[in-house]
Design a protein around this ligand. Sequence first.
Ligand code: SF4
Length: 402
Amino acid sequence: MFKYYIYLVYHISLYYFYFLIVNSNILLKYYFIYDDGDVMTEINHNNKKSKNIDINNIDIDKSNINCNKIPSSKNKNIIKTIDKNIIDNIYSDGFPIAQYGLYIKRVKHYKTFKIPVDAGFTCPNKDGTLDTKGCIFCPKMGRPISVKYCNTKYPLKEQIEKQIEKQKNKGIEKFYIYFYPGTNTYGTPNKLKELWDFALSYPDVIGLSIGTRPDCLEDEKLDILEDYVNEGYEIWIDLGIQTMHQRTLNILNRRHKVSDTVRTILECKKRGIFVCGHVILGLPNETWDDMMKTAKILSKLEIDALKIYPLVVIQNTELENLYWRGEYKTLDKKQYIKLVCDFLERLSPYVLIQRLSKDKTPDEIKISPEWNLHRLNILNEVSNELKRRNTKQGVYYQIEKN
Ligand code: SF4
């Protein structure tokens, strides 16, 4: 009987411990995994030591690595254009959304991973070139999200190598280097080329993903990127579009024009550079019609992919002030799911969707919304809603196009 009692206590304790871990915010706050298309990225919110540095003064340590880029003939299975037949097959298999992750699985025969790196880029909207205040949703200081080795406290070489080593142990074969925080084309063409050459010098790196704003990709920089495309690399620009309405861009204090966005998308397309636009739903003063028009314009521009997310109020932003003054209210989850479905229905069926939610913002800096923004959660809810409506991405785009 005593033995049975000990056995029972032991198992109850184990269960209790497991319950505590799974339900506590400890893991969610400091360590979680998010899915970027087909890419899983590990996040660690230990960003306190991250610092902004002048990109033009970055000293790239090239020691101990093979700096010869891979000949293009070795870069098999990179995407050169988006294959509409493969997207049609995704719909035929019953998926209502042209998910980037599904697409990649069907075109590549190896596992890939985006290595996020922080090369210390600042932004012309914050360093005084255009403004010092930045966009109203962007924190005035620091990086809102940081990945353990995506941090300027580590040299770029270490950021890349540590992450590649870790992912290789998990069976990932090929990598993209994702220049992530800040405006990652805000530097001289020479310095950028040095940085990009360095990133591409790793034998298993097949391309770049570069986060930037629409007014920071001048012809000279585009020419360098086009050369990489011609050498057989896959180059993606993660473009902060947010909206295709100038009135809203002004409210957001973006300090660039809609025409910059149009030009950048068209120039990239001309050069074989892929564009993944970032679009925010629920921006201040935007109507349903405004948001649907953004879907329509981006479809007509034949943008390659989108990341769509709700506007999130975080600490230390101008948006936070608007929020506390009652001048801005975030969307509730039901409103957001409905809006995303409406948006997708009016978007071209051939725009790949990389994600439908915002990166998990640390609880300690997130003000609103309070609902779960986890991308897989939102993806499931949006897919279910489209199935319930008996529609899919692009249904109304086809009708309205004619
Ligand atoms: S462009 Fe990007 S980095 Fe610059 S202020 Fe706006 S959100 Fe922040």
